[in-house]
Design a protein around this ligand. Sequence first.
Ligand code: BG6
Length: 499
Amino acid sequence: MKQTENQILIIFGASGDLTKRKLIPALYVLFKQNLLPKKFAVVGASRSPLTDETFRTKVDEFLPKEEGVESFKKMLFYQPVLTNTADDLIPLKNRLKYISNDLNIDKNFVFYLSTPPSLYEVIPRLLWENKLSKSSKYFRRLIVEKPFGTDLESAKKLNINLLNYFKEDMIYRIDHYLGKETVQNMLVTRFSNGIFEPLWNRNYIERVEITSAESLGVEGRGGYYDQSGAMRDMLQNHLLQLVSFVAMEPPTVINATAIRNETIKVFQSLRPIPENMVSKYVIRGQYTESKIRNNKVVGYREEPGVDEFSRTETFVALKFFIDNWRWAGVPFYIRTGKKLPTRVTEVVIHFKSVPHHLFDSANSSSTNNNQLIIRIHPDEGILVKFGMKTPGAGFEVQTVNMDFHYSDLTDTTVSAAYERLLLDCMQGDATLYARGDAVEEAWGFVQPIIDAWQNNPEIPVYGYPAGTWGPEEASKLIANAEWRFPCKNLTDDGLYCEL
Ligand code: BG6
């Protein structure tokens, strides 16, 4: 395990939800696992007039009630800051000096931007003006939360702005999907096994399907979501990053440059969807009022913070191609949405069927296409579906499952995304963070779709009752086949299962 140098983590926007729900609990897990540096402090910074004590009490809500928490909390400090002028950061600068001297911590600083995105333009400049953004002796790093821009132009502008004050190798653009153990395992599954990679191409794969479904709705984030929608909130970032891990060529080594070089090649090979083809290749939907388990569920337009005439998509499904040697002609399908029947993210590789059919199939819908299902969550694991002879007379084939579940690994726990990503940044490893050029390429792919929706209001927004698998039109995207309907349990699918 790499040594983590002594350092101070400064979280801007520390009074917000992300800090107490994700960041502090992740740091606590690292603390329990002895993975934090020997000398370490967290300084929360935001406008709210909290003290160290009130900050510690605030974040306590999401920490377990157990011994050890109190010693962890002693590492937490809080400094109120304004961000109007360079001088506003002086109290923070003095506080950092004081804490590092008092606790004998090297002046290595990681700045975490967990603020409203408008401040991503401001805080890096203020840090630079206060000479906090570089040092000849110590490291300086900047973590930027999503959303990284709201379109291609704003993402480019943000990159330019950040690069005025921090060098690219100091900038860590977070995409929490890359921190997921199961997403990283995509690379291990592909590149550490001799059995998959030879088949992982247009010769053997018929199509690739990615589903990222959520049963929750916008949960009080209507104001944000209505300006964003599923395309910006999930697809441009998390799901395209996932596509890059499914589709990339083997990197020469596992490090930030090699992996990110492969990611960008995938993004550069995405076939653009022209404006006049958007309605054919992209289906958008919005959930409407319905009843789930006998309880009335409001439609998206009735959610607080959402415009009553909103045309923001809470569901999107698209078909696209990756124009390169490996994937030529293989359709990729992605769908994601809120208020779907269950929470599940998975990648399904559909292999081509055999060239000559010798046997009868017990189940015509499973016409013996082999599937490899990589479950990102829940019931993390891998499932292979293949044909087996139904015992008895004749040669009837039925589809059976071969499965691995992470939960079977009794002596290991699957760490949460933020634990892995925070530790990586503390250790200076940017492999699982998005590089500026890749973020722009990903925006470049989705931008024509967003523009087409904006410019052509006649492109339909299909309603779907909350609790269903999205608009019917999404099923028509896949020719002569249907989406897999996943359940909570990896090995269940079909009509009846636990959701
Ligand atoms: C966030 C989105 O980035 O990812 C949310 O803003 C979404 O809308 C969440 O719910 C999904 O993350 P996960 O890890 O629960 O799939």
